[in-house]
Design a protein around this ligand. Structure first.
Ligand SMILES: NC(=O)c1ccc[n+]([C@@H]2O[C@H](COP(=O)([O-])OP(=O)(O)OC[C@H]3O[C@@H](n4cnc5c(N)ncnc54)[C@H](O)[C@@H]3O)[C@@H](O)[C@H]2O)c1
Length: 280
């Protein structure tokens, strides 16, 4: 199936990166969020990110302007009526995502593929909110989207091979590397990564400083970045949502470190709020 028009729902940490790379690859993209101020913030972030690429001579000033000209915005889900692909990147809550997919199913053209950027929720559960579960797929981008090469594609229980093939082609067309994963909560990446991040939070609760935990993992085990810095990048609220889902599916080995819950309650969500394990 030929994809030309893409709609991205949610312009937060992940949404704006997805919008940028998709528009840079020549697609027309409409971004949708709950209010105009969030949409203008997203445009500013994308513009800033593209300007950095121009400064580093990775793209030309013309390419930056062309990319921005391919991005339009809306606060209404009606924009999906001519979409070939919808990528949902709203917060990690099943009821919220299921409600959105139910509406998407009614509004999007019959041929459209409906993708979720969920990090951990079963795609089969999201797909069940629609009457086209064979056209629902997980499209799990990594943070920061413009930098990270891999995209995990999740095959729900009834996702068709045709949908998986179109998703693979799309991911390649935006210069990313697709990896197909089976539909158990957390798939491959989030299941392994969040076990590690949660354990790192417990080591901070034990009295280690976030800096020592990060230094230990960077200098002693060659991780490219420490787990506390990574949690601040991902968003503490998002990690708590993911761990709760993993605990429901796999049991107490994923019990969220109480420190993470306390930080989430305090609004210390990491980079996006200016304070998490570190201050920004
Ligand atoms: N943060 C990460 O590192 C990361 C990595 C991979 C996947 N994910 C997944 O991506 C999704 C989004 O996470 P995020 O970190 O970008 O969250 P975020 O909180 O930074 O952004 C979510 C955005 O969705 C918007 N939104 C909320 N309700 C909406 C609605 N009804 N319609 C349209 N927009 C709505 C919010 O206003 C916000 O702009 C989640 O499923 C998360 O698990 C996150």
């Amino acid at each position: 199936m030929k994809i030309s028009k893409v709609v991205v729902l949610g312009t937060g940490t992940m949404g704006n990166g997805i919008i940028q790379v998709v528009a840079q690859s020549g697609y027309q993209v409409t971004m949708e969020d709950i209010n105009d101020s969030l949409l203008s913030q997203a445009r500013q972030k994308i513009e800033k990110s593209l300007s950095k690429l121009v400064e580093k001579n990775k793209i030309s000033a013309e390419e930056k302007e062309n990319t921005l000209s391919r991005i339009s915005s809306s606060t209404s889900l009606d924009v999906v009526t001519d979409a070939d692909l919808v990528i949902e990147a709203v917060p990690e809550k099943l009821d919220l995502k299921a409600g959105i997919f139910e509406q998407l199913d009614k509004l999007a053209p019959g041929h459209a593929i409906l993708a979720s950027n969920t990090s951990s929720l079963p795609i089969t559960a999201i797909a069940a909110a629609t009457k086209r579960p064979e056209q629902v797929v997980g499209m799990h981008f990594m943070n920061p989207v413009p930098v990270m090469k891999g995209v995990e594609l999740i095959r729900g229980r009834v996702t068709s091979q045709e949908t998986i093939n179109s998703a693979i082609e799309f991911v390649k067309s935006i210069n990313k590397f697709p990896v197909v994963a089976e539909d158990y909560a957390g798939f491959i990446t989030s299941r392994i990564l969040n076990a590690y991040l949660n354990e790192a939070a417990y080591t901070v609760m034990d009295g280690n400083t976030p800096k020592d935990v990060d230094d230990a993992m960077v200098y002693c085990t060659n991780m490219p970045q420490g787990p506390c810095a990574l949690m601040d990048l991902v968003g503490i609220d998002t990690i708590v949502y993911i761990l709760d889902i993993l605990e429901t599916e796999f049991g107490p080995k994923f019990r969220t470190a109480p420190l993470l819950r306390q930080m989430a309650r305090a609004g210390h969500l990491g980079k996006k709020t200016g304070r998490g394990f570190y201050e920004y």
